[in-house]
Design a protein around this ligand. Structure first.
Ligand code: AHG
Ligand code: MN
Ligand code: MN
Length: 343
């Protein structure tokens, strides 16, 4: 017998607080949880079941797909298509939206997901994750088009991620704070282990891929230069740096002990017409929702991420998120640089 609250129990108790709730949403979250357990098992078995390595194909983003990118995408589709809670799904790994097949009933929600985040880390046995976001489908039980998904992040009903690390964890928000659950492999249940997660307002730890330094915009360069100057510099303190190359793992660290994570716009992206690296619908919005619900800030540097009105399903945005005071500092540096440039 386990002691502690299972994720199912937690979601049902949350549902009871909402007048008129039908249980659809609870049931949808349960299917997502099941998908993440299947993926956790697959990622954990790794080369024992021959799932590592490249699939030899590219996704719509022009990125080389790993075998696990494709397999985990399939797991998410199969787990979530049958129950009647969704009208359509959209994934980082699929060019088009996935309308619920006609043999199944359609429901009132839309699901977007990054089935395997940080997939370059699978072959080297470093933490990866799954990110998801739930939106309401405008116009009930129809087969929606791409435009139905183009809602700003403020409209999200729920968002979460699973982290496949030394422990498998699920971190979830339904707009009422952030809670973390750890998978007990022996009983196959996620148990509430981290209730009401909050991000410290201050931090002395930053995360950015410094190999792109020469391409950064001046405000980002200024911020990182000041961190690197340490106790002798304008900040008067030494900073620490981390880069895992799995956004899920970076966000989880920030939720646990604070920090700032940046994947900013840079000159290399601009030269090829890209607006950022991370994807608004699959990465930036769900993580932005979680970060805000934990008391942090999520910005593009110039705009609140959740306020960005999406123009395209696969749109990319700059991402700067984490501890409030540091993110606000970087945003202020952007504003200063932009007003100097305009003067
Ligand atoms: P994905 O594996 O879903 O394509 O996402 C990888 C993302 C993100 O998780 C990570 O922070 C970033 O890309 C790493 O980028 P670099 O390889 O440029 O460091
Ligand atoms: Mn990703
Ligand atoms: Mn991915």
């Amino acid at each position: 017998m386990h002691n502690g609250t299972t994720i199912t129990q937690f979601i049902i108790e949350e549902q009871r607080k909402i007048e008129g709730a039908t249980g659809d949403f609870t049931s949808l979250l349960n299917d997502i949880v099941t998908a993440c357990k299947v993926i956790s098992n697959m990622v954990n078995k790794g080369e024992l079941i021959g799932v590592l390595g490249s699939a030899g194909s590219e996704n719509v983003q022009g990125e080389t797909q790993k075998k696990l990118d494709i397999l985990t995408n399939e797991v998410f589709l199969r787990s979530n298509e049958w129950a009647g809670h969704l009208s359509a799904m959209a994934s980082e790994e699929m060019e088009e939206i996935y309308g619920i097949p006609s043999q199944y009933p359609r429901g009132k929600y839309l699901l977007t997901f990054d089935p395997l985040d940080g997939s370059s880390n699978t072959d080297v046995n470093v933490s990866v994750g799954t990110i998801f976001s739930i939106l309401r489908c405008p116009g009930e039980r129809v087969c929606p088009n791409r435009d139905a998904f183009l809602q700003p992040g403020t409209q999200q009903v729920a968002a979460g991620y699973a982290l496949y690390g030394p422990s498998t964890m699920m971190v979830l928000t339904t707009g009422n704070g952030v809670n973390g659950f750890t998978l007990d492999q022996d009983i196959g249940e996620f148990i509430l282990t981290h209730s009401s997660m909050t991000i410290p307002e201050d931090t002395r730890e930053f995360a950015i891929n410094c190999s792109n330094m020469r391409f950064w915009e001046p405000p980002v360069k200024r911020y990182v230069d000041e961190c690197l100057a340490g106790a002798e510099g304008p900040r008067g303190e030494d900073f620490n740096m981390r880069w895992i190359a799995s956004m899920v793992a970076e966000v989880h660290r920030i939720l646990t002990r604070g920090g700032i994570f940046m994947y900013p716009l840079d000159a290399k992206m601009k030269a090829r017409g890209a607006e950022g690296k991370l994807r608004l619908m699959y990465e930036a919005n769900p993580m932005g929702f979680i970060i805000e619900q934990a008391g942090g800030v999520a910005s593009t540097g110039r705009e609140r991420i959740l306020a960005v009105k999406p123009r395209d399903l696969h749109q990319r945005v700059p991402v700067i998120l984490g501890s409030r005071n540091e993110v606000e500092r970087v945003v202020a540096y952007h504003a200063e640089a932009d007003s100097e440039a305009a003067a």
